[in-house]
Design a protein around this ligand. Structure first.
Ligand SMILES: C[S@@+](CC[C@H](N)C(=O)[O-])C[C@H]1O[C@@H](n2cnc3c(N)ncnc32)[C@H](O)[C@@H]1O
Length: 397
């Protein structure tokens, strides 16, 4: 997969995609310490550019003919720690959508904080991406379920040309590990506990048996006198007994491997580069889910409620099971692809060699199963539309 990364920072996201086997052909960031760190650790394919300059960079990105564009536009305007006013940084979410719409890769992956989902900038970006023909899966993933010892919830949007919205949701959910990764899995802390500056009036002392809170620029600060004088009642040990993390340990918790070369960046800039990153293990998990679908190795789960809907229409339990398994079979023949219309789906199915080899009766069963499934989806969409209209009317009243 030829990959272009926008807003690449120090390279956390790139590292994960490279580990999954992607070919990183170009990366962009405007901030010199990010570009220098990326160049030193990931490769010389990084360019320092202000991505506001869509007129210059848009044609460049398009000429690279990427299969996928990835990136985490800056989140300061949205993040809980930021000032929450939509300005230039939020506009970079629009810029991301513009680059994707200009280059039209088969796939894109965008990462941001959860708050970005409700922004004006994303509403505009979403409109552009839809108009460019992308189906999208939007989901919030907690990094601690993907090999990262940190409760870091990130909003992930994966788009693919021509798909139906939600096409990758079940595959992303299924990529979760069986248990959360905890700090003790990754770093050795003899004290067994560590201090991390809490958000608001939260707990400051954590055990190595739990994931760390989301890393921010000030995560390795020593406890302030205010906290020492008034510690949180639920701290498992006295704050004086807890370790204060080193910069290297914070980098490990954020998914950077040992020996990541920060060059001559200042300590403050390194803290910022670390805090900005998408942990590489989470990036790698997403990258593998995309690759598996691209290869046709996974199919989307049949949407919940389908069997019950069939039952309500008078079908026997056995007939519901058969219809569901026929849908799955059709989806395997379609290599996991979904389509924005039933007609396109049937057309694509009939064009596959494997479908053409099936008996006529089996072919009509598969067609019928997909037709029922399409009816079910349009009923769901109608209900959702009616719910949204009712909410809008209530708000307006
Ligand atoms: C959230 S960080 C991305 C982190 C990266 N995905 C990683 O995993 O390390 C956002 C990046 O966008 C960059 N940035 C902000 N405004 C920019 C602009 N106008 N043009 C290019 N890069 C910009 C910042 O320098 C920062 O490195």
């Amino acid at each position: 997969m030829r990959t272009v990364e926008l807003f690449c920072g120090a390279g956390g996201m790139s590292l994960g995609f490279r580990r999954a086997g992607y070919d990183l052909v170009q990366a962009y960031d405007a901030w010199e310490p990010a570009v220098a760190t990326y160049r030193r650790n990931v490769g010389s394919h990084v360019w320092r550019h202000d991505l506001k300059d869509v007129f210059t960079i848009g044609p460049m990105v398009a000429s690279l003919r990427p299969d996928i564009i990835i990136g985490g536009p800056p989140c300061q305007d949205y993040s809980a720690a930021g000032k929450k006013v939509e300005g230039d940084n939020a506009s970079m979410t629009r810029a991301f959508a513009m680059y994707v719409s200009i280059a039209r890769p088969r796939w894109f992956v965008m990462e941001n904080v959860r708050q970005a989902k409700k922004s004006r900038a994303w509403a505009d970006a979403n409109d552009m991406l839809k108009a460019a023909g992308y189906g999208m899966t939007e989901t919030v993933l907690d990094a601690s379920w993907f090999g990262v010892p940190q409760s870091r919830k990130r909003w992930i949007v994966v788009g693919r040309l021509g798909e139906r919205d939600g096409f990758l949701a079940s595959a992303l959910a299924g990529a979760r590990s069986e248990r959360r990764t905890v700090v003790g899995d990754v770093i050795d802390l003899p004290q067994g506990h560590f201090y991390m500056r809490p958000f608001g009036d939260g707990r400051g002392v954590r055990s190595v048996e739990e994931p760390a809170p989301a890393i921010i620029r000030t995560s390795r600060e020593r406890p302030w006198p205010k906290y020492l004088n008034n510690p949180h009642p639920d701290d498992p040990v006295r704050v004086e007994e807890a370790a204060v993390l080193t910069q290297d340990q914070v980098a490990r918790i954020q998914g950077f491997p040992e020996g990541w070369d920060w060059g001559s960046a200042t300590a403050k800039d390194i803290d910022q580069l670390i805090a900005n990153a998408l942990p590489s293990q989470l990036a790698e998990a997403i990258a593998r889910v995309v690759l598996a679908r691209e290869a046709g190795d996974t199919i989307p789960n049949v949407e919940g409620g389908f069997a019950q809907w069939l039952r309500r229409r008078g079908r026997s339990a056995q007939s519901c099971r058969n219809t569901k398994s026929q849908c799955n079979r059709a989806r395997r023949l379609l290599a996991g692809r979904t389509f924005t219309s039933h007609a396109l789906e049937i057309e694509a199915l009939e064009a596959t060699w494997d479908f053409q080899q099936l008996e006529v009766r089996t072919q009509s069963n598969l067609r019928a199963a997909l037709r029922l499934h399409a009816e079910f989806l349009s009923m769901k969409a109608e209900r959702q539309g009616a719910r949204l209209t009712a909410i809008a009317l209530r708000k307006a009243a």
